[in-house]
Design a protein around this ligand. Structure first.
Ligand SMILES: [Fe+2]
Length: 171
C-alpha cells in the first residue's frame, strides 16, 4: 500500500516553476536559436584569433601578437555572456565542437597564413559575426526582449569596430 505521503505534491521548493519572464516559449526558442549561432560564430572566431596569436610571424609580430591577444580575450569573455543569456531564456547552450561547426557561418581553414592574410581573414570573421548578430534583432525586438537586444547591440558594436581597426592595417 502506498504511503499516504507519496500522493502529496512535492514541496514547492524542490520544483522549479515554469519560466514566466513575459516572453512566450516560442519566442524564447527563436531568440535562443539566434544566440546559439552568435555563440558558435564567436567561439570559432575566438579560436582563429588565438591560433593567429600563436603563429603570427614577420616585422609586425609584436603589434599583431598583442592585438590578437586583446581580441581573443574579448571574444572569450563574450562567450560567457552569450551562453548565459541562452540559459536565462530556458535553453541549453551548445558546447561541443561538432555543434559549433554546424552552427557557425565562419569558415575554418587549415594552415598558417602570412601576417597580413591573418588580418584579412579576421576582418572577414568579424564582419561575419556582425551579420549573424544583426539577424538576431528581429526576434528579440518583436518579443520585447531588451536584455538580448542590449547584448546584441554591444556585440555588434565590438565586431564592427574591430573589423574597422583590422581593416585599417590593410589600407
Ligand atoms: Fe600568448
Amino acid at each position: 500500500m502506498a504511503r499516504k505521503t507519496s500522493r502529496k505534491p512535492a514541496p514547492a521548493a524542490s520544483r522549479a516553476p515554469v519560466i514566466d519572464i513575459g516572453i512566450d516559449a516560442r519566442d524564447r526558442a527563436r531568440i535562443a536559436d539566434s544566440l546559439a549561432h552568435v555563440l558558435a560564430d564567436t567561439y570559432t572566431l575566438y579560436l582563429k584569433t588565438h591560433a593567429f596569436h600563436w603563429n603570427v610571424e614577420g616585422p609586425m609580430f609584436n603589434t599583431l601578437h598583442l592585438m590578437f591577444m586583446e581580441q581573443y580575450t574579448e571574444l572569450w569573455n563574450a562567450l560567457d555572456e552569450i551562453a548565459e543569456r541562452i540559459r536565462a531564456l530556458g535553453f541549453p547552450a551548445p558546447g561541443t565542437y561538432a555543434e559549433f561547426a554546424r552552427l557557425t557561418s565562419i569558415e575554418e581553414r587549415p594552415g598558417v597564413p602570412e601576417a597580413m592574410e591573418m588580418v584579412r581573414r579576421l576582418v572577414k570573421g568579424h564582419e561575419a559575426v556582425a551579420r549573424t548578430v544583426r539577424k538576431g534583432f528581429p526576434a528579440a525586438e518583436k518579443a520585447g526582449d531588451e536584455s538580448t537586444v542590449d547584448l546584441l547591440t554591444q556585440r555588434l558594436q565590438i565586431h564592427e569596430k574591430t573589423a574597422w581597426m583590422l581593416r585599417s592595417l590593410l589600407q
